[in-house]
Design a binder for this molecule. Structure first.
Ligand code: HEM
Length: 408
């Protein structure tokens, strides 16, 4: 009995020492337990809130273990100096046109794809998947039906999407082999490059995944942002009144340049970005060489995230940060749109969002067309729909119903 306890104690001590040795290489943060790190400390439904609490406790740079170490930059200025300055249906069809040309006619197909992408994204930050990442042998638990990680289900959603992409790529290939080599969209251009370089550097699977990234990153983010915008308008009818007033007085042609003149609309969209945090844990970056940040030296291959939500919800920059208030992005004297230079919903640096210049006008355009004509209201006068987002790489909102009332 005593020898068993001694063995157990020695193993624990050994794990503790190894853990401490690894921890010392990184800025301090919440204590990581051996094997599981901080996976279960993170409120997976709202990871940005837990990370904000850690920012208050550990400062602008700290480490979280999921279960591998990730260095979190939690301050707008630090994110900027580190990463450097940047060198539903309607939206799905805009992305489809960009990637594959043409539009999708079948709304059921669009919804089927959207659900597939949502499900793939939702699994991304599941604690059980983080464990699988470092202990892939745990998959045997699923194989022997002891624990369901949901890998099989996610793979089937993934297949739905890949089949759709390959089908459209094949249509383009057939068109090219029938002699039509016109380059009308992203897929045409990629196929032309593949032919020129006989596949070198432009491999088929790299191509499918690039289409996947563009379609999925573009559709999910914009639709989720629009859904948040609608929910915030239902919850804040005074904001909707001001927005509709500005749109009703706007008689210019609806163009990308003219939409920039709409101060309240732009401030409204900025406030939606600030509070919605559609990518709640940002994307993980990796250092490519030894890097120094705030006197910490990091080895090549260290994971780093610019945690945008830490800035977005920082009360010293945005008083009463959980309140939806577009006015905070307007100049109090002139009423002009005056966004905070460090509020970066599309992130910072060379790897910031590829779709920013597409997403911005897309949001302004869809909201202008919609709210010039309609008012959005709760279906039930006495209760408002919940603003409940499910966890994932990109937030997925719970379904909600609302009334669109025509009102010029
Ligand atoms: C409301 C709309 C959108 C928001 C808020 C948004 C936000 C972001 C953010 C925060 C990142 C992470 C950047 C980083 O790692 O630092 C990102 C990356 C990315 N976004 Fe967007 N995005 C939006 C729309 C789009 C659209 C329309 C497209 C497609 C055309 C797109 C394509 C991408 C891609 C491909 C990346 C990865 C870039 C890379 O790793 O180099 N996004 N986006």
């Amino acid at each position: 009995m005593w020898s068993l306890l001694l063995l157990f104690g020695t193993i624990l001590l050994y794990l503790f020492i190894i853990n401490e040795k690894r921890r010392r290489k990184y800025p301090s943060g919440p204590y990581p337990f051996p094997f599981i790190g901080n996976i279960f400390n993170l409120n997976i439904n709202a990871p940005e809130l837990t990370i904000n609490e850690w920012r208050d406790k550990y400062g602008k740079i700290f480490t979280i273990w999921l279960p591998e170490p990730i260095v979190v930059l939690a301050d707008g200025k630090l994110m900027e100096t580190t990463f450097g300055k940047p060198g539903e249906v309607a939206n799905a069809n805009i992305m489809h046109k960009l990637v594959f040309g043409g539009t999708l006619k079948d709304n059921d197909e669009i919804m089927r794809l959207k659900i597939a992408v949502e499900n793939v994204f939702m699994d991304w930050y599941k604690p059980s998947w983080m464990l699988l990442e470092v202990m892939p042998w745990l998959i045997w638990l699923e194989k022997f039906k002891i624990y369901d990680f949901g890998v099989k289900r996610a793979a089937s959603y993934n297949d739905v999407f890949i089949t759709f992409l390959e089908h459209h790529i094949k249509i383009h290939k057939d068109k090219r082999s029938n002699g039509n080599t016109e380059e009308n969209d992203y897929v045409d251009c990629f196929l032309a490059e593949m032919e020129k370089n006989s596949g070198q550097g432009f491999e088929y699977w790299q191509f499918v995944i690039a289409c996947y990234d563009l379609w999925a990153a573009g559709v999910e983010t914009v639709t989720t942002t629009l859904q948040f915008a609608i929910l915030y308008l239902i919850h804040n009818q005074n904001v909707q009144n001001k927005l509709k007033k500005e749109l009703n007085n706007f008689h210019d042609e609806i163009t990308v340049v003219n939409l920039k003149k709409l101060n309240y609309l732009n401030a409204f969209v900025q406030e939606v970005h600030r509070l919605a945090n559609v990518i709640p844990l940002s994307l993980i970056h990796e250092t490519l060489e030894q890097t120094t940040i705030e006197n910490y030296k990091f080895e090549n291959g260290t994971c780093v995230i610019a945690q945008l939500a830490c800035f977005n919800l920082d009360p010293s920059h945005f008083p009463n940060p959980m309140k939806f208030e577009p006015e905070r992005h307007l100049n109090s004297l002139t009423g002009e749109f005056a966004p905070h230079p460090l509020l970066k919903p599309f992130s910072i640096g060379k790897r910031s969002c590829l779709g920013e210049s597409l997403a911005k006008p897309q949001l302004l355009l869809i909201l202008t067309i919609l709210f010039k004509k309609y008012r959005v209201k709760s279906l039930f006068p006495d209760s408002l729909p919940n603003i409940n987002a499910r966890p994932g790489l990109v937030r997925v909102l719970d379904d909600f119903e609302c009334l669109l009332v025509e009102e010029d």
